[in-house]
Design a protein around this ligand. Structure first.
Ligand code: FES
Ligand code: FES
Length: 152
């Protein structure tokens, strides 16, 4: 066990965990933040995507010991009122079906638009490629990213 002071969504959170514990489980089990989802556990689905210093990262394969002073953002902290341009576009275009993959989709999309506010179709496809959706909402996701791109 070790003690970590983690910067999450603008606050410092202290946890006492095994250094190898993936951030996914630190968030869900130790910090009561269940918005980040467990899909595959092996970095293949994107359901667990969070931001580390603004970049999209799979939290299921990210040990807490690797975080250090990095700034973590989860779906709970992406915006104060659920009004990030990506979240607004998701609502506007009614993107989710079952919803399970959507936090990860939104976090990946937000990270894309942060570095590339006007992505091409190919750039959207490349960025979102690793985020799987069993419900097949891919076309609405792409449309929502394009809509959000006009607002960032
Ligand atoms: S749960 Fe992390 S990529 Fe699937
Ligand atoms: S909305 Fe159901 S898995 Fe994506």
């Amino acid at each position: 066990m070790a003690t970590y002071n983690l910067k999450i969504n603008g606050q410092t959170k202290q946890v006492d965990v095994d250094p190898a514990t993936p951030m996914l489980w630190v968030l869900r089990e130790h910090l009561n933040m269940p918005g980040t989802k467990y899909g595959c556990g092996v970095a293949m689905c994107g359901a667990c995507t969070i931001h580390v210093n603004g970049s999209a990262v799979r939290s299921c394969q990210l040990p807490v010991s690797a975080i250090g002073t990095s700034e973590i953002t989860t779906i709970e902290g992406l915006s104060e009122k659920g009004d990030h341009p990506v979240q607004k576009a998701w609502i506007e275009l009614d993107v989710p079906q079952c919803g399970y993959c959507q936090a990860g989709q939104i976090m990946t999309a937000a990270a894309l638009l942060r570095t590339n506010p006007n992505p091409t179709d190919a750039q959207i496809e490349a960025a979102m490629n690793g985020n799987l959706c069993r419900c097949g909402t891919y076309l609405r996701i792409k449309a929502a990213i394009k809509s959000a791109a006009k607002q960032v």
